[in-house]
Design a binder for this molecule. Structure first.
Ligand SMILES: [Fe+2]
Length: 343
């Protein structure tokens, strides 16, 4: 029996590494753990070779130091085996590009910042094959992200409203706007394939968030079925009321035993035009990280827990993707009733 799935993926990974500007003679490290997809390791390895780069495949032991199960949350601390092994860290720092095929990545680990400061670029990949291919980054995606991030940088306030009853005012000062565009092309850049979104890290937000049917709760990968109302004061969730999902969120906040569990984290809006809102319904939970949900064009994505700008370390991370919101930044509508204004 032959396993040819990696061959099917080779074109997509080669396109991705080309977008990451992998050049002949560069050094690519394909980082994996035993639970990583073997076909992704092979495809990334072959793609690096196709780009003329040197390539090393490094598989390190799995295992996370997170106090709560964190598989595919996007908030894990990374692998203990990398966090505790300076030889593994040195290998990653010496690479031009790391293709991170681990289950959780190292998104919130200080070690990742150290690796990026060495000039290494990192692209994290953890979604199903056709999700990757459907959302392959396109020329122009980065420009759209940069424009949105620039708007946030020069603005003072963001307001989010919805017919369901959301009315949230957000102070943008000091909120360090940033973006994900699906590829890591500049030295020291981390990015995520697939993704196209803009986000910021506000400290102060006030008002009410009303989740409506069909909004998506991550990492649970579940649709909201009954409206949930969250009262927000000074960036903190004071009260949660509503149906079954309200109970689920309340239990998560309590069980997390984490001082930042009810504090708001990043927020922004999705720009990924190829994303499929239905993906959450169509795949097994273990097959997805859930970037279709996190980045679909015109969503309002907000989160709880970790906040690097304010120095809050937390693994109690929820990402919540809402439909039908209107997002205005200093009076400019970037999303109207869930539809991107530039569409
Ligand atoms: Fe997040």
């Amino acid at each position: 029996m032959f396993d040819l799935s990696s061959v099917d993926l080779l074109d997509a990974f080669t396109r991705e590494l080309t977008m990451c500007r992998v050049r002949p003679g560069e050094h690519v490290v394909v980082l994996s753990e035993p639970a990583s997809r073997g076909d992704y390791v092979a495809a990334a390895f072959g793609a690096a070779k196709a780009c003329g780069a040197h390539v090393i495949s490094a598989t390190v032991p799995g295992g996370s130091p997170a106090p709560i199960p964190s598989t595919h949350t996007g908030a894990g601390p990374g692998l203990t085996s990398v966090l505790t092994d300076t030889t593994a860290q040195d290998l990653l720092k010496s690479a031009d590009l790391v293709v991170d095929l681990t289950q959780e990545g190292f998104i919130h680990a200080p070690v990742q910042q150290e690796i990026l400061r060495a000039g290494t670029r990192i692209v994290f990949v953890c979604d199903a094959p056709d999700v990757l291919i459907r959302n392959l980054p396109q020329d122009g995606d980065k420009d759209r992200c940069l424009q949105a991030a620039d708007l946030l940088k020069r603005s003072a306030d963001m307001r989010v409203t919805s017919r369901a009853g959301t009315d949230l005012s957000v102070r943008l000062e000091g909120s360090r706007p940033e973006f994900q565009c699906g590829y890591a092309d500049d030295p020291g850049r981390w990015d995520h394939w697939p993704s196209t979104m803009v986000l910021c890290w506000p400290e102060i937000s006030n008002g009410r968030i009303v989740l409506a049917e069909g909004d998506i709760l991550l990492p649970f990968k579940e649709y909201v079925r009954e409206p949930v109302t969250l009262e927000v004061r000074d960036g903190h969730i004071e009260d949660v009321t509503g149906g079954a999902e309200a109970k689920l969120l309340t239990t998560f906040f309590e069980d997390a035993d984490d001082q930042w569990a009810r504090s708001l984290s990043h927020m922004g809006w999705g720009l990924m035009r190829g994303a499929d809102w239905f993906a959450t319904a169509l795949y097994g939970k273990g097959d997805l990280m859930g970037m279709d949900a996190r980045a679909f064009a015109g969503n309002f994505l907000w989160s709880t827990g970790p906040h690097p700008v304010l120095g809050r370390e937390s693994y109690a991370h929820l990402d919540i993707a809402m439909r039908g919101c209107t997002v205005s930044v200093d009076g400019t509508e970037t999303v109207t009733d869930g539809v991107l204004a530039d569409r």
